[in-house]
Design a protein around this ligand. Sequence first.
Ligand SMILES: C[S@@+](CC[C@H](N)C(=O)[O-])C[C@H]1O[C@@H](n2cnc3c(N)ncnc32)[C@H](O)[C@@H]1O
Length: 346
Amino acid sequence: MTTHSPAVTRALAEVDEDTFVRRPDGNLVSQSSSQPIIANLIDRLNVQPGMKVLEIGTGSGYSTALLAHLAADGGHVVSVDVVAELVDRARQLLTAHGHSNTTLLHGDGIQGAPGHGPFDRVIAWTTAPHLPAAWTTQLSPDGAIVAPLTAAPISKSGLGAHIRLGSDASPVADQLFAAGFVELSGVAVDQWLVPPYGIDVLRHDDKHRPWWLSGEWIRSPRHYLDGRYVLDALIQSHDHIPGPLQPDESAADWRAWLLATRPAGLTTAALGEPLWRIGHTHQTGAALTDARTATQTVITSANADAEVLTDWADAWRAAGRPGLTDLVPHLEAFHDGWVLRTTAPR
Ligand SMILES: C[S@@+](CC[C@H](N)C(=O)[O-])C[C@H]1O[C@@H](n2cnc3c(N)ncnc32)[C@H](O)[C@@H]1O
């Protein structure tokens, strides 16, 4: 069992999860994260009584209530969500259950909460394509941010990062952790099968199910039609073969290493199903393995791409099977913020 700080353990015991994550008919609010995931990130945030906290992604309001409990005795939580109905619902519940130290805002959290800072802590529950400048300018000098950020120029490459400000006020990422949240979207979305940013080719099959690819090579206008060709070939015909990893190997570690090393042809995809995949594509074929275990691969009929995945797995084994905690995070300046990238140990 995971242990949490005494303050987080107390907050988990005192805030009733169902009050926030269940609708009156008993159904779950679809934008709720699971309690262990919320507790893990909140533990990393280290909220102390009296702190001012900015939350991006109110969702059910459960995490807002936990943060309000932790910051109580003088602290305050400002929480932003892009879905107006969720903001109204959470505001009512928080007020009804005595969390008066909260302010709920409807808007695009990429702007933070202008006029409400500075904040001692910022936490996001939605994967941003980069660390927005607004989150760092609204942070107090000794503050900290916990956020899932896209860690490679492909979809579904989100990693959690703990960030603080360096001596020159630019952000420094000092910890990485697994964090698979929905992507940040400037408008309310009602489906999660097609990410709102980062995909390069999207097609629908005859059952209207979405298939997409995200890969750097496909992004070149010269290759857009090649990407479409590969996706159409997969829709028309594909085979299933065993994946490159053994069941006792960590697909999360292999994936993290792939995001750091970014071998040519690295692609993420969804093939008409909620499960998403990672693998190799090129002009005439694809081998895409399930991201969770990397033990079931889909290939376009008769192609050699599966060998590329085996080579990538062998290279990872030869490097000592490095995992997420071995990677070194960097934040690289971007026009309105910073992009998270990682490097693998040599
Ligand atoms: C995983 S859910 C949040 C879970 C929530 N913390 C809870 O305890 O239930 C992610 C939330 O981020 C919100 N979101 C997505 N893009 C956003 C944006 N640009 N600004 C603010 N919120 C956003 C979604 O509407 C969704 O409610």
